[in-house]
Design a protein around this ligand. Sequence first.
Ligand code: SF4
Length: 397
Amino acid sequence: MTSSILHTPYPIPQSLYIHIPFCKRKCNYCDFVSYAGKEELIDEYVEALCNEINSPPCQSETNPPPSLFKRGGKEGGEFSTIYFGGGTPTLLKPEHYERLLGFLKMIIIFKKETEISMESNPGTINLDYLKEIRSLGINRLSIGVQSFNDVHLKTLGRIHNSKEAVQAYKDARAAGFENMNLDLMYALPGQTLEEWRTDLRQALSLNPEHLSIYNLQVEENTPFWNIFKTYIPQTSYPLPNEETELAMYEFTIKTLTDAGYHHYEISNFAKPGFECKHNINYWKNGNYIGFGAAAHSHLNGKRWANPDSLEEYIGSGSVVRNVEHPTSIDSSRATDRQDSIFLGLRLLEGLPKAKFAGFEKEIGELMRDGLLEEKNSNYKLTRQGLFLGNLVFEKFV
Ligand code: SF4
């Protein structure tokens, strides 16, 4: 299969991320920054976002940022992607998005081809809602399906069932979405290989342009951690063993590539031309600006983040973040070059060999272990490396 990434590298776009940290209920596996039962703060949060958008980060008056934003009515940077992520962005009303997009249009240039994505939860959308957000210019919809099996959906703590997920997909098509992603998860508690095959086939039967498929990670500070990691597991729904998990992943790759999807990142598959530009920019360690609680930004090698707390974010009024005086810096991150390596290796095309200067010993070990290979003057993950990516990435942190 031809690969648009391998043969025609993407220009690195500039991206905007807007975090919507509200959820109806917290899922049992979720460690994202999202809050259940705080919907009464949505109006205030949207106002805080508008304030922040109105005060874009800058380095200083004498050292302005590269032309990311319109300045003094002049045209500034052209953003290629805007991404509303969460949390559950579809808990906000269309009027909230009308207001947010109005503010965004004051600082950036929207073009017809600008990818404007929104994550959605099937338990929070209907045809009217989808028509309204589509008419506002949202042109890529990601639906958090996770599974088509109602037993597994219940175990995960999702607020929707399988029928509602299918209906949400059909409604989105009817509303005019032509670029859609489905999020699915495998290696769920008690899930068999056959159940995963059924899930994946059902997803394929809907014919989405993009599929993001992650194995369940049991994270600290989640109900699943208490069930599966803290006590001696006595659940009648044990996690699949590593062999089954590998078989699930292998089945996923084979089924989706046979169906014409381009496997372009460890967990992401797209019909050619529908790869997610926003996330590619992230994996290529490109520049992006994040707005909202817990939103991270990366600009020319510098990173900073907003506070996680909803109340702190709202209370800060017009949040003027600054590259030299960031609200907080994630000091656990390694250097920007190391970030470039372990983010870029997630892409199946890999990274130019020159990027690995100084890591010759690590490269040798990973190649010896069969986790990394050389192709087209790049180092890239092998098939085994795709499954054991964390063993590779930890060498570069
Ligand atoms: S809907 Fe998404 S963000 Fe919200 S709790 Fe569930 S997994 Fe987390």
